[in-house]
Design a protein around this ligand. Structure first.
Ligand code: URA
Length: 214
């Protein structure tokens, strides 16, 4: 198992202090994973369990992995942000009572910067053979804001990735190139069902890429 250092985790918690986020969920997986999966940020369920992708999106993701013969233990799972970004909203209870509750939201650029040293360290230490980005947040964190999952999904790219430079306060391109395979976030099929066919096709292609060459 690979685990970021307690020191780096403490730094991540400190750097995100003051932002509307809950908890801190470490990435999880072996030192030599078949793939690294980069999502967006944990949700309520993950903060509760302390394990990435354990909610509804996680179930969807595990089915995709199983389809190519992999399980959670074979891959390293992380995301751009390691705390749950939330916003307050209102929910009407069955008895008509209106209660305040937290809803998930996408992480902001500042929150992504706060946790950039964590993802940078994970990629540096693990050197995954393929990084699968799940959705636009993970893709843009590594490839830049111009990258769009709708245009790039399902095709393996070889490209430098963005690394946070604390001195210049900018993301800079890495010297080394990495293999990135962009696909949709597993939760996207819940609010956009037609995406399912595209996503499933992507995973089939990924499975082909992982097959040993004869
Ligand atoms: N979405 C993510 O990006 N990560 C999780 O752990 C759960 C949902």
């Amino acid at each position: 198992m690979y685990r970021i250092s307690d020191e780096l985790a403490a730094k991540g918690i400190k750097r995100i202090e003051g932002f509307p986020v809950d908890g801190f969920v470490r990435g999880q997986g072996p030192m030599n994973p078949a793939l690294m999966l980069v999502g967006e940020a944990p949700g309520e369920n993950e903060v509760e369990t302390g394990i990435p992708f354990t909610g509804r999106a996680g179930k969807e993701l595990m089915a995709s992995l199983a389809g190519i013969g992999l399980s959670r233990e074979d891959v390293y799972i992380t995301s751009a942000v390691r705390s749950r970004p939330y916003k307050w909203g209102q929910k009407k209870e069955r008895n008509g009572e209106v209660v305040k509750r937290k809803y998930n939201r996408a992480p902001t650029k500042k929150e992504i910067i706060a946790h950039a040293p964590i993802l940078d360290a994970e990629i540096h230490d693990i050197r995954p053979p393929i990084i699968v980005t799940l959705g636009n947040i993970g893709l843009q964190r590594l490839v830049g804001p111009q990258a769009k999952v709708t245009q790039l999904h399902g095709v393996l790219m070889e490209t430098p990735i963005l690394i946070w430079n604390e001195e210049t306060q900018t993301f800079e391109a890495s010297e080394d190139s990495y293999h990135i395979f962009p696909t949709f976030h597993p939760a996207s099929v819940f609010y956009n069902p037609p995406v399912r066919t595209l996503k499933d096709d992507d995973w089939r292609k990924l499975g082909e890429l992982l097959k040993p060459k004869k």
